[in-house]
Design a binder for this molecule. Structure first.
Ligand code: ADP
Ligand code: MG
Ligand code: MG
Length: 205
């Protein structure tokens, strides 16, 4: 199917939540080495709440916006710096069209969402944050030539993965990792890794 349906969006978020649950120790370990060690818990508990919200509301699968809004609500009730940032990201997606999303809709929604996160957190590409994965993924979505949402998101996933990998070797300029400077240089940013997992999760929908 060319467009992203509400049901597919719901399935995408379910796969993402499973991926994070399976990798929560990895995220905890990264944040322990470059921060305070709570990122795995923060994102894992937010996604558990999101899932409960998706299961409770039998209208969540009607359109992608409603799915993303439910996920946003869960992140906004979560701790850490990542809670409000992911809450804003998913919240802007949740303001997208209340119908199946074309590739153009996807690019517009992620463009708005990523720009909002960049502004709130003040992070640019190269500062070793989730933005290092969000920006290239969003660029892939807005400039891609794919006809179907699956191909477009698969391209975004490759870009997000490359962006997340690029954080290994960066000296952090934002967030707690910036307090560690060179000592956390070789650690991947857990927020960027989670964003790569998010886009990669769509491949298993
Ligand atoms: P905290 O540092 O409050 O414990 P979390 O552990 O919940 O925050 O989240 C850490 C993640 O948040 C980092 O891996 C990074 O991706 C992201 N992050 C931190 N500060 C910023 C920022 N200013 N802009 C964008 N992302 C940020
Ligand atoms: Mg932390
Ligand atoms: Mg913390």
């Amino acid at each position: 199917e060319a467009e992203l349906s509400g049901e597919a969006a719901k399935a995408w978020l379910t796969v993402f939540s499973d991926r994070v649950a399976a990798g929560v120790d990895e995220l905890t370990d990264l944040d322990r080495r470059a921060g305070d060690g709570d990122f795995g818990w923060n994102i894992g508990s937010a996604l558990e709440r999101a899932r409960a919200g998706l299961d409770d509301d039998d209208r969540t699968g009607e359109n992608p916006a409603r799915v993303f809004q439910t996920v946003s609500d869960a992140f906004l009730a979560s701790g850490g710096t990542s809670g409000p940032l992911f809450g804003l990201w998913f919240g802007r997606l949740g303001a997208g069209p209340e119908r199946p999303w074309s590739v153009v809709d996807l690019g517009a929604a992620f463009g708005t969402a990523t720009e909002a996160v960049r502004r709130l957190g003040g992070a640019e590409v190269g500062h070793k944050t989730m933005v290092d994965a969000m920006v290239p993924a969003t660029d892939a979505l807005t400039s891609g030539t794919s006809d179907t949402w699956r191909e477009a998101v698969a391209e975004a996933a490759r870009a997000a993965r490359a962006g997340a990998d690029s954080t290994g070797g960066m000296i952090a300029r934002r967030g707690r990792a910036s307090y560690l400077g060179e000592r956390a240089q070789d650690v991947l940013d857990p927020g960027a890794v989670a964003v790569a997992w998010f886009f990669e999760a769509a491949e298993d929908v």
